[in-house]
Write a protein that binds this ligand. Structure first.
Ligand SMILES: Nc1ncnc2c1ncn2[C@@H]1O[C@H](COP(=O)(O)OP(=O)(O)OP(=O)(O)O)[C@@H](O)[C@H]1O
Length: 376
């Protein structure tokens, strides 16, 4: 799979942009703030319908414009697919596939499989569980796009259930009865357990498949003394076989158990939206113990493991390394270059071209404010 062409209208700093890309290595070179990451972010948005930098869509639209459009031609197995997304802040995105509108934007997921490593990924190691859950769910969707629907159904249930709990909490506060609210809550328990078990089973399978790739990737990048490993941490405790029926029952039992606490706090306290991925180096958790360099290598290894796993599934995703090489010492640069040299399409961004190892100096693009030009 590779991106053959990207066109942007009013996306971030680009008023209008059209860039043709080739398979193999492309290096986007530009000084700080010139728009390298903006271009990468647009591709990431096509792959995940989300930005890796911001939680809302407004910053994606060029200042002063009403909406942004990303058009992306992707070649997969010799066939070309055209994905078009219109990002309208505060409204649902509009999406077209091969020029025909699709009912839901998430129908374009899977058209572009991409693994992006960016400086923000340090959050995977040092940040809150939400970053790690997103990492897992994005990979789940990249492997099996139907999980986008599972995730959306689950999120909807949590929203509705939290609204009900909040009402029960407020009613209780003013001394009212809670019987009415609780009967509806039980219906939402069933929905939560149903969709939650499906999501949980998917994540558990994913973590089991990903583990060996992660250990291998960390070892290759860091040549570390300690082995890197991952484990899924669930509020359900150790019920961690990806058996949907058993997980559904475990979720129902856990909801029953925390009923009082949930009403007291007015929020759903159990389910995959509260889970985490525990990252370890040897016997120690990476969070709080790993050095800056180790954390950086761990985050990179998580992305490389995702890339490796997708490839072992028979999917050759586009690999993007945004501003990575400047952070690495010479040994790590060369090891990373050797690991990714055979990527089907690799996009590398840098401010200083000498930071990129010679084996990765493919086609060069110069990025200056508002334009991207192929170097002659
Ligand atoms: N919505 C927007 N409208 C207009 N300009 C924007 C918008 N969002 C970001 N920019 C501009 O885009 C530029 C940042 O681009 P980008 O993050 O791609 O830089 P970069 O080339 O990756 O730089 P660095 O090497 O520092 O990471 C900034 O100048 C910023 O002001």
């Amino acid at each position: 799979m590779y991106v053959r062409r990207v066109e942007l209208t009013d996306f971030r700093s680009y008023e209008r942009l059209a860039v043709d890309l080739d398979p193999g290595v492309s290096v986007l070179v530009g000084q700080n703030g010139m728009g390298k990451t903006n271009l990468i972010e647009a591709l990431g948005y096509v792959a995940t319908l989300d930005s890796h930098r911001v939680a809302t869509d407004a910053p994606l639209v060029r200042a002063g414009a009403a909406s942004a459009v990303i058009r992306c031609a992707i070649v997969h197995d010799g066939r070309e697919l055209l994905v078009e997304l219109e990002v309208v802040p505060g409204k649902a995105n509009r999406a077209r596939l091969n020029r025909s509108p699709v009912r839901r934007p998430r129908e374009v997921l899977g058209a572009l499989r991409m693994v992006l490593f960016a400086p923000e990924d340090l959050e995977l190691v040092r940040g809150d569980p939400a970053a790690r859950r997103r990492y897992l769910d994005d990979l789940l969707v990249a492997r099996q796009p139907r999980y986008a629907g599972v995730r959306a159904d689950y999120d909807r249930v949590i929203k509705q259930r939290n609204a009900l709990l909040r009402t029960a909490y407020l009613t209780r506060k003013v001394g009212g009865t809670r019987g009415q609210d609780l009967s509806t809550l039980m219906v939402w328990d069933q929905h939560l357990a149903h969709h939650g078990a499906e999501l949980l089973a998917g994540r558990l399978e994913l973590v089991a498949a990903l583990g060996p790739h992660l250990t291998k990737a960390y070892d290759a990048v860091a040549a570390g003394r300690a082995a890197a490993s991952i484990a899924y941490t669930s509020g359900l405790g150790d019920v961690l076989a990806p058996d949907r029926a058993a997980l559904e029952q475990a979720l129902l039992d856990a909801l029953q158990e925390r009923r009082t606490a949930e009403i007291e706090r007015g929020v759903t306290l159990v389910g995959p939206h509260r889970d985490d991925l525990t990252l370890s180096l040897g016997d120690l958790p990476a969070k709080g113990y790993a050095s800056h360099g180790e954390s950086w290598s761990f985050a990179l290894a998580l992305r490389l493991a995702a890339y490796d796993l997708l490839r072992s599934d028979g999917i050759e995703p586009v690999l993007v390394l945004d501003d990575v090489f400047a952070e690495l010492d010479a040994g790590r640069r060369d090891r990373l270059a050797a690991l990714v040299a055979d990527a089907g399409q690799l996009l590398v961004t840098c401010a200083v071209p000498e930071d990129v190892p010679p084996s990765l100096r493919g086609v060069r693009f110069d990025v200056t404010l508002g334009s991207v030009t192929r170097a002659q």
